[in-house]
Design a protein around this ligand. Structure first.
Ligand code: EPZ
Length: 417
């Protein structure tokens, strides 16, 4: 099992390109199932969740190939409708394939994704929405067997929570349904707008993505298209935190600063100088980070839950006490115990984490508990004195493309063995 070794403390400086968004690429890859021709996806990050998605598409009879950061999928000859258990287990977010498969094939069979490191990952909103579109879904012994009449029927759907995945599943299931579907209380994340842009470029008629009400006018079928996946705002936040904790100064290229407004204001509150210009973000950190009285994670455009772990890691060395209130996932703080092995002073009580800044961190063996928690450990290790050995880095590989190469380009002493 490979591990990452980080030697600190270092001061990061230089420039790095931010890769395409994992959480943008995944629903778009599901969307290629609806397209009766070749889809060319640029800026598609090379990370394990994307590779798992390509394995799923191949298993379903689609042609897939990667050329550098471009992925080409042709679902014209798709024949399957079942996702094997092993692939479902590899990637919990495979549930986002359900709507597209059932819309294209009239049937879908997959194991319910179960929990993940962040706690139970219910899919009640996904299933209720698909049933209201006319699907019949049997759930027994952890298998979801979904069938539909000839066509799904558009309808009005009100989400009790603006779930990102459920919003995506509804868009994918209703793009070729009969009639109009309206989603009320839809998720507003940039990845939703990017999915709508992709689907509309393939012939769909989707209006209002990015707002809390999305209208989908069903069309007969979608055609092939070409699309560039949006930049990964969470990867950007991670690299900003790495620069901030090391008192560094970095420039991120190929980002969308407008997708990071809540994140940038938190970095400024911590005393960083952040300048956005076009697709570049420049951060210069102070010698000592200021405390952040309260960071609340919220749905977009609020501060994103996935940016919480890297920012909490950087605050372990801040001057004073910072508080983090996690409002999205039940079990987001699993990584905190590992951070404490580096000398951090953190107390967790339910949804709240209280971070008392300490004078220094020191390297130690730690292990990743989940994707963003793993990234948080790497961020802290950059500023810790000595060597930190990070185990279970498959979690990091799920969501970051060329993680250690990018950090090394900024001056990190980091290697994988
Ligand atoms: C997406 O997960 C992202 N994953 C997550 O990123 C991200 O943290 C999350 O959105 C919030 O922004 C992908 O896009 C692949 P939700 P998703 O449905 O769709 C509850 C990462 O690190 N809920 O908005 O699963 C759920 O339990 C990952 O890249 C229900 O109760 O998020 C959670 O508490 C982690 N019932 C909350 O809503 C449902 O049917 C947010 O879930 C669905 C969700």
């Amino acid at each position: 099992m490979a591990k990452i070794y980080v030697e600190g403390p270092v001061r990061l400086s230089g420039e790095v390109d931010i890769h395409g968004a994992k959480n943008g690429a995944l629903p778009i890859l599901a969307g290629t199932i609806l397209c009766r021709g070749e889809c060319i996806l640029h800026n598609c990050p090379n990370l394990s969740d994307v590779e798992t998605s390509l394995k799923i598409l191949t298993h379903l009879g689609c042609e897939c190939r990667r050329e550098g950061q471009t992925v080409i999928v042709n679902a014209a000859d798709m024949s399957g409708y079942e996702i094997p258990d092993a692939l479902m287990r590899e990637m919990r977010s495979s549930i986002v394939f359900l709507g597209a498969i059932v819309a294209r094939m009239g049937r879908a069979k997959l194991s319910s994704p179960g929990g993940c490191e962040l706690g139970p990952r219910p899919i009640d909103l996904h299933l209720a929405a698909l049933r209201s579109l006319g699907a019949t879904i049997q759930e027994d012994h952890g298998v979801l067997d979904c069938t539909t009449p000839a066509l799904l029927n558009g309808t009005a759907i009100s989400l009790s929570f603006p779930s990102v995945g459920a919003t995506e599943n509804i868009m994918l299931a209703s793009a070729t349904a009969r009639g109009v579907t309206v989603i009320h209380n839809a998720a507003r994340e940039p990845e939703i707008s990017d999915l709508a842009d992709f689907l509309n470029s393939a012939g769909a008629k989707i209006y209002g993505a990015g707002s809390d009400t999305i209208e989908i006018h069903g069309v007969a079928a979608l055609h092939g298209t070409e699309h560039t996946v949006l930049p990964d705002r969470i990867a950007a936040a991670t690299f900003l935190a790495a620069a901030a904790i090391t008192r560094g100064s970095v420039v991120l290229h190929k980002v969308m600063p407008s997708h990071l407004m809540a994140v940038l204001s938190v970095f400024r509150e911590a005393g960083c100088d952040v300048v956005a210009s076009g697709k570049d973000l420049k951060l210069s950190a102070p010698a000592k980070l200021r405390r952040i009285p309260m960071v609340r994670t919220l749905v977009y455009p609020g501060f994103p839950t996935d940016a919480g772990p890297p920012v909490l890691a950087m605050q372990t060395l801040a001057d004073g006490t910072s508080m983090f209130l996690e409002n999205i996932f039940e079990n987001r703080f699993k990584y905190v115990d590992e951070l404490k092995r580096l000398g951090a002073n953190i107390k967790v009580a339910g949804k709240v984490a209280v971070v008392e800044g300490v004078a220094r961190l020191s390297g130690a063996p730690v292990e990743c508990t989940d994707l963003r928690g793993g990234a948080a450990l790497a961020v802290a290790a950059l500023a810790a004195s000595g060597v930190t050995e990070i185990d279970k880095i498959h979690h990091i590989d799920r969501g970051y493309d060329r993680f250690e190469e990018s950090l090394r380009a900024l001056g990190a002493k980091i290697k994988r063995e």
